[in-house]
Design a protein around this ligand. Sequence first.
Ligand code: APR
Length: 182
Amino acid sequence: MHSLRCPPIIGAVADITLLQGDITEQDVDAVVNAANGSLMGGGGVDGAIHRRGGPAILEECKQIRESRYPDGLPTGNAVATTAGDLPARWVIHTVGPVYAKSEDRSHLLASCHTKSLRIADELGALTVAFPAVSTGVYGYPLELAAPVAIEAVRSASTGVAEVRFVLFDGAAYQAFEEALAG
Ligand code: APR
């Protein structure tokens, strides 16, 4: 039985939803990882995804590094791997910008979202969960990051039907709620 995979209906994301919780628990097609350029794991979201998703994720990250990104994944870019033991099917690893007062890097943060959605389309993922990329270790203020993330998703041309921002705490949830309302 050949499943006929229709091309995604390209347009704006139908639903942007907010949830306070743990991104590793999300039963969506793809979860986005706030990675670093090494793709070798880390703390925060990265640590949680690798811990819960298991070694298969890191194995594929190593293959990607060897075959496509020997110098590391550049900031603003994204790549996909299996989600291993996570409820999701894929992990889309993206590298957010480190916040800098002296330099506007919002275009790189926006790129994390648009490129992750482009990869979701290539995979045929219809539901995608994003964390608040760059707002932890990378120091991006929530009130600056949230509008960039929301606007990048809102203006994306994609077949993804639902983007779910999964916020780890109340402050992040509130920042995204205000950005969504704005
Ligand atoms: N689910 C959802 N959100 C989470 C989770 C989780 N399990 N764990 C942390 N967060 C939130 C943080 O509270 C923060 O708001 O994700 C946001 C991003 O924080 P980080 O994970 O620190 O990511 P980032 O700021 O992009 O820094 C990336 O940190 O972990 C390392 O390897 C990673 O070097 C990279 C850097």
